[in-house]
Design a protein around this ligand. Sequence first.
Ligand code: G6D
Length: 344
Amino acid sequence: MKITEQTLPNDWKEVTIENEQGISFSVLNYGGILTSLNAPDRNGNSENVVLTYENYDDYIGDPNYLGAIIGRVAGRVHNSSFQLNGNEYIVHANEGKNSLHGGNEGLNSKIWEMTTYKNADSAGVILTVESPHLEGGYPGNVSIQVTYELNHHNQFVISYHAKSDEDTVLTLTNHSYFNLSGNAKRTVLDHEVQIASDQYVELDTDLIPTGNIKSVEGTPFDLQSKTALRSRLFSDDPQIQLAGGGFDHTYLFKDGQQEKIVLQEEESGRVMTIETDQPGVVFYTGNGLSGEQLLTKGPAQKHDGLCLETQSSPASLHHPGFPSIELKAGETYQTYTKFTFDRK
Ligand code: G6D
């Protein structure tokens, strides 16, 4: 394992970790942003499989949240408010009347402390940050730690750990846009995806969960077997249309299946398998990406990348039947998501 650290002209820090099998990642102390995740194709060419901005300044105030740690509450909080222990909390509205991804004081906009470590079989970066009481409107002083670890088994593991001194709500994720073609040389239209879920969450026109948990059976949302995205992203299904021509929906995982998501691209031969202890994932197919954003590959375009934001759902703040995102004072928030890379 090789660890390198650099200080950028704007004084941000960037750490890069690489193993001997051609897998490496780089992360910023700003927002815990993944600026690269390199994996080999079937011929052993190691290329970046996450979208990256050409100019790092574009990560500031990024409407796409490229690569960032998201919280305190990933997703949308309806009317930017919720009840907890009989108290109403108003969180920062940054999308009309609703709050997206923790509001303007979200974890993606903070400078995290970074330390590195190396073991016999792995190496990683530990990112820590303190989120003070009522930051973004959320109660509790919360200490958060996110670890990005790479091992010799071609696994990249993100672990999340947090504690609060007051009852609060929390659900964290990473907002990387994956594209297995390598350096985004193609869109994700010819990626194949498989999600171990038979339920998705219906959205309203503001992309807020309606509270209805729908069966995927017989709909374009059925991704229980390997499915080419090209066959679904142009569906006239009202929910696909409402999301801007693609997916932007929470899937609730079925119990008992360790491998929750498989993503692959035939042309490169790359395969990425995801395991997680999170109850669900927001599957977003980059419907909002546009040429205003300059990626390392050039101007962004719709469907240049896709997000697999493993998380619980803020829908639980307003509807029954969803896994809770409450975190009791003194209890530990602990979750992981493991990305395993292979090539065929
Ligand atoms: C769009 O609706 C999507 C979100 O899910 C995504 O996180 C954001 O773009 C970056 O608003």
